[in-house]
Design a protein around this ligand. Structure first.
Ligand code: CA
Length: 224
């Protein structure tokens, strides 16, 4: 799942990127409103984390533009102006949640999960396919109740495939969700992760399989 972080404080942005990365999110980072507007037009994001005090203006204006275009993307606003007035104006502009600095990265993670769940991006904490169950929150896979260790990106790819079991996940979507804009990607990056996942699933006795849809992408289904 890919999110956009708009924050001009380099130290905070780097700390948050680390936390999100660890939790299995791909993060793109913008330092100014203009850059963020361009990235929002070009990319598909599951959520936006938006600082208010940006070098080229108030982040809330970006939020206003987004909502005016009809976007329902979950948005969490970050601000040093934690007063009641600032909070109300943020929520009025269409923020899903509001966090005053300083805050703990864990609290931001918890709130991000909450807005994604409300938005339907997380359909509960667990997805199931055949004898596989995957816990979205801690990226834990179990096959027949036995835990199977996965890397972050293997977990992110599996979650994407399992949430859309029976439907094709295009290679492009998988790349978007697994990697940030700053990552350099080999043309076979997704194939490599699919290959590793298949090996792990086979070894664990999975009754679900990842099928290649030639020229399009992959889909997950119960073995036939
Ligand atoms: Ca700022």
């Amino acid at each position: 799942m890919r999110i956009l972080l708009v924050e001009d404080d380099a130290a905070l942005a780097s700390a948050l990127t680390g936390v999100f990365d660890k939790a299995g999110f791909a993060v793109d980072h913008a330092q100014a409103r203009e850059d963020a507007a361009l990235m929002l037009r070009a990319g598909h994001y599951a959520a936006l984390i938006l600082d208010r005090g940006l070098p080229d203006g108030d982040g809330l204006e970006l939020l206003g533009d987004l909502r005016a275009r009809g976007s329902t993307m979950p948005v969490i606003v970050l601000t040093a102006r934690g007063t009641l007035d600032a909070r109300i104006s943020g929520l009025d502009k269409g923020a899903d949640d509001y966090l005053a600095k300083p805050f703990s990265p864990d609290e931001l993670m918890a709130r991000l999960r909450a807005v994604l769940r409300r938005n339907g991006s997380f359909q509960g904490r667990e997805v199931v396919c055949a004898n596989l169950s995957f816990d979205i929150d801690n990226q834990g896979l179990k096959v027949d109740g036995e835990s199977v260790a996965l890397s972050q990106r293997e977990g992110a790819l599996l979650a994407l495939l399992m949430r859309r079991a029976g439907l094709v996940v295009t290679k492009r979507l998988a790349e978007d969700q697994l990697f940030g804009a700053g990552d350099t990607l080999g043309s076979n990056a997704i194939e490599v992760y699919v290959h590793r996942l298949r090996q792990k699933l086979d070894q664990a006795g999975s009754l679900a399989e990842i099928v290649t849809v030639r020229g399009v992408g992959y889909l997950m289904r119960a073995r036939q």
